[in-house]
Write a protein that binds this ligand. Sequence first.
Ligand code: TTP
Ligand code: MG
Ligand code: MG
Length: 466
Amino acid sequence: MRSAPTILHLDMDAFYASVEQASKPSLRGKAVIVGGLGPRGVVATASYEARVHGVHSAMPMSQARRLAPNAAYLVPRFTLYRSISDQVMALLRALSPLVEPLSLDEAFVDLEAGGTAWDERSARLVGAKLRADIRAVTGLTGSVGLAASKMLAKIASEQAKPDGLIVIEPGTERAMLEPMPVRTLPGVGPATGDHLRRAGIHTVGEIAEAGEDELVRLLGKAHGHALYAMALARDDRPVVAERETKSVSVEDTYDVDIHDRVRVGLEVQRLADRCVRRLRGAGLSGRTIVLKVRRYDFSTLTRSETLRGPTDDPAVVREAAARLLDSVDTTGGVRLLGVGVSGLADYTQEDLFAQAAGGAGEEAAEAEESEPAPEPRPEVPVERRWSAGHDVRHTEYGHGWVQGSGLGRVTVRFETPGSPPGRVKTFRVDDPALEAADPLPLVEAPPDLPEPMRPPEEPPPRPLEG
Ligand code: TTP
Ligand code: MG
Ligand code: MG
C-alpha cells in the first residue's frame, strides 16, 4: 500500500435531489424526494432535509409520503443528471488519467498517478480545490475522502458527508476502523453482517481479533480471507481507468412488457439494424456482439459472442444477436432489449452498456428516462406530458416547472436556476400557451473546464478467439 493519502473518492451529496434543488430555487433547503411516483414507485433519493424524516433510497414511495407528507415529490430526469455527471467527471479527469467512475455521482481518482498530489498536504489542497471547482461549475456539493487505499478513501467520503472532506492519515487506519460496524467494509451486506453477528462479531476490530482462520471458517476461503485483510486496512486494489470504448449500442425500454417470443425476435433484429447504422455512421466496426435483456422483474442479463474478425455487416450482427437471444429465457416478459457491438474483446459487458448509455446519444438516454418507474403509465395521455418536476415554457410567463397536475389542470412554478423563488400559476392541461421545455444550465456561465489528462494506452488486443 502507498504511504500517502493520494487516492481520492468523490461522491456527490444527495445527487438527484441536489440537482433538482439547484434547478428549482423554491426547493432549496426543503425536503425533496425523487423517484417513481406511481403506486409501485420507490425512492431514488431524498434531500438531506427529507432524510431527517427517515426517508431514504429504495424505500417504497407510499412509505415516504407517510413520513414526509409535505415534501416535494419529483420524477427523475436522467438526461439532466448525466450531463451534470459529465461535468463532474471532466473535473476529475483534469486531476489524473486514472479516474474510475463507479456510478453517475461517484468515482475514484489516483492523484499520485496524475502527479497532482504526493503527500498529505498536496492531497488535501487538491481535494479542497476540487470541491470548490465542482461547486463553481455545477452549483452542487460533493464530499471527498482521501486515503492510501480505495476502501479507506470511500469510507472517508462517506464520513465527510454532506459537503465535507476527510483525510485518513496513513498509520491511523486501523485505529479508525476498529470501532466501526462490520457493515462499513466493502462486501459485507446484510447476510454476511448477520452471520458475523451470530458469531459475536460486531465491529471491524472484532474481525481482526477473531483471526484469519476463524473468518475463513465462518465465511469460506475467498470471502474470509478478503475480509480479514480489509479489517487490517490492507487494500492494494489499483484505480482502474475507464477505457475509451470503441463500441456502439442501442436499447429500447418498452412501456408494456413484451411476452410474444416472435415480437422479441423482431425487436432484436430492429435493434441490430439500428446499431449497425450507428456503427457505420461512426466509421467503426467491432468483433463482439452483445445482447442485453432486462426481464419483467428487472433482472438484467447480457450475452455476447466474439467473431473471428470485426464486422459492420447488418446480416452478421443480426444473426449473432438472434443466436444470443436463443439462449435467453424470456417467459414472463421483457422490459428492455439492447444490441451492442464492441471492438474490445476483453471489455466487460456491463461496462460496455453503462458507457454506451452515457455516450450514445438520445436513444439510449430516452430509454433510461423511464427506467425507475416500472408502474404502467397513466391512461390520460395529455396529463402525461406534465410530469412533476419537468420543465415547461409559457408564452407569457416564461420558464417554469410542473409542480403537479390532475383533474384537467396543471400547476406550474415560474422560476429558473438563477432567479429568486417563483410564483405558482394553474392552467388547463391543454392550454396552448404551455409547452414542454429543456432544462436550463444550473450555473449560468460556468468557468472554463481544465484540459483532461490522457488515459493510459490501451493494452494490445488479445489473440483471436471464437
Ligand atoms: P448515492 O450516491 O448512493 O446517494 P445520493 O447521492 O443521493 O446521496 P449521498 O451520496 O449524499 O448519500 O446515489 C446517487 C444517485 O443514484 C442518487 O441521487 C439517486 C440514485 N439512486 C437510485 O436511483 N437508487 C438507489 O437505491 C440509490 C442508492 C441511488
Ligand atoms: Mg451520492
Ligand atoms: Mg454514489
